[in-house]
Design a protein around this ligand. Structure first.
Ligand code: PA5
Ligand code: NI
Length: 498
């Protein structure tokens, strides 16, 4: 069976925009959402053309479950695709996970993701908050300061925003987005900017449900997918519930069959012809089709960007790529790594004599997968590379610090090069441990620590610590390490700090 075209189901909303109407040329009277693919009681997609025209997707599923959805797929694994066309911001809201939705709202949980088809200059949306507890949320409701806690992301065409269940979120004004998400219509409205509808009424809020399901501090990620005219296939969402693959087609592409599950396929740029055996379906900009599990290999021809949503059935154990590689390249969408470079000019007062040395000289770089300092059990993971630089004989080192919270320890592991880990207690007693590939260093919470490169290669050291530790640089400025390390004529020499 080939791709199935469905008739959009439009709904009017108080925040509706006209971007989709301008593209599709329909008569606009307040439509803000359009369900494109849906097997949900609140919106049943109907087949638009062909021998099954007029039948609901749900009735086709009832007739041939395995051929339509795939053997492994059941009711809780379904996906929906819908447009959100916002002239104004949507309410700040949160969706439940599967268990809470089943129990409280007789619906499914909702994890969603938004592909931005168009965004006005300066458009932004909400995807998360910095609340650290429910009490803090309640206090912000009472004080009217919710907006100060929301995490905003500026978006443009081609951005893809990931919103797992439990994330406070709101699509923003001036945005047309295609939402690919799990099959739910349960939204707990948390905050609505105190705005009124056409009859002067405030819309209902669901504060208690929101507080039950919100995951404090959770933020949505944004994946940028520039449109560069190059053919590519990229996984842009990798949720436990489903994946989304972006496919840029330049001329032709073969989409393999996927007999295990159905898929949704949406055209978010250009247009294309989809041929399965002898049957060709045209798909235009903004159109979506349902690909039944029994759909064979698809020949795609045209110049277009397609998004393919694929469910991850509950009955199958998922094996994912890890988040990132030891070189800190991201292996999954939405993984953010921070990196920083320290040059001589940033810490030159710490060296004995910087005369004649270029202040731009790079001393070290740090790459980090940051944990969250507001979460007590969080972990950060970093790689520090100290270069084999000598500043008038003095070996390059990291700035060095005590932790603000001295109960928090840290582990370093040598990976490449050779050097020293300098440690100092509060009496100013300073000592070092040798660092080499494979060396492990358990740094007690009350010791200042600094890496020093004494070799001829970059010194690479991995670190794991709880970000609640904090970096106390001020204290190390007040009480500098009591030794300096030099390397001259191949000899390491320590000199007491005057
Ligand atoms: O947490 C750590 O101890 C390391 O990641 C260091 O921050 C890193 O080596 C850079 O050193 P510093 O923070 O002293 O500049
Ligand atoms: Ni540290």
């Amino acid at each position: 069976m080939g791709p199935i075209k469905l008739t959009p189901i439009y709904n009017e909303t108080i925040w509706a925009g006209k971007k989709l109407a301008a593209i599709r040329g329909y008569d606009w009277h307040g439509q803000g959402t359009s369900w494109e693919v849906s097997i949900h009681p609140s919106a049943q997609s109907v087949v638009a053309a062909g021998k099954d025209a007029g039948r609901t997707l749900a009735s086709l599923v009832a007739e041939d479950h395995d051929g339509m959805l795939g053997k492994l797929v059941d009711d809780q694994d379904l996906l929906r695709a819908a447009f959100l066309d916002a002239k104004e911001s949507l309410s700040v809201q949160v969706h439940p996970g599967e268990e809470y939705a089943n129990r409280v709202s007789h619906d499914h949980g909702k994890t969603e993701s938004w592909y931005i088809l168009a965004a006005d200059e300066g458009a932004r949306l909400v995807a998360g908050s910095d609340f650290s507890s429910r009490d803090e949320i309640k206090a912000a409701i009472d004080a009217g300061t919710i907006e100060d806690h929301l995490y905003h992301i500026n978006v443009k065409e081609g951005d893809f925003v990931l919103v797992p269940s439990g994330t406070l979120h709101a699509l923003g004004a001036g945005i047309l987005a295609l939402e690919i998400g799990t099959n739910s219509n349960t939204t707990y409205r948390f905050y609505d900017y105190n705005r009124k509808d056409a009859n002067g009424n405030l819309r209902e809020l669901h504060i208690e449900n929101s507080l039950d399901v919100v995951v404090c501090g959770q933020r949505g990620d944004c994946v940028s997918t520039p449109i560069d005219g190059q053919p590519k296939v990229k996984r842009i969402a990798d949720f436990p519930e489903y994946t989304v693959d972006l496919i840029d087609v330049c001329g032709s592409y073969v989409l393999p069959a996927h007999p295990d599950t159905f898929r949704t396929l949406s055209c978010v740029k250009g247009d294309a012809k989809l041929t399965e055996t002898n049957e060709t379906t045209e798909i235009a900009f903004t159109e979506s089709v349902f690909l039944p599990a029994s759909c064979g290999e698809l020949q795609v021809s045209g110049n277009c960007r397609l998004l393919v949503g694929t469910p991850r059935p509950h009955s199958v154990m998922t094996i994912k790529e890890p988040a990132f590689h030891t070189d800190f390249s991201a292996l999954r969408p939405g993984v953010e790594i921070s990196s920083g470079t320290k040059r001589l000019k940033d810490i030159q007062n710490l060296f004995q004599n910087t005369e004649g040395v270029d202040p731009e000289t790079i001393l070290y770089e740090v790459k980090t997968d940051d944990g969250d300092p507001t979460v007590p059990g969080s972990l950060s993971y970093g790689l520090t590379t100290v270069y084999p630089v000598r500043i008038n004989g003095e070996c390059a080192f990291t700035r060095g610090h005590w932790h603000v919270d001295e109960t928090v320890e840290e582990v370093y592991e040598g990976e490449a090069g050779e050097g020293l880990l300098m440690l100092m207690n509060h009496d100013g007693k300073t000592w070092c441990e040798k660092v080499f590939p494979g060396s492990v260093h358990h740094i007690r919470g009350n010791l200042a620590h600094r890496l020093i490169n004494t070799g001829d290669e970059p010194l690479k050291v991995r670190a794991v610590w709880n970000p609640c530790a904090g970096h106390n640089y001020a204290l190390t400025e007040q009480h500098p390490f009591t030794f300096r390390v030099f390397k001259e004529n191949g000899e390491i020499r320590a000199e007491a700090h005057e």
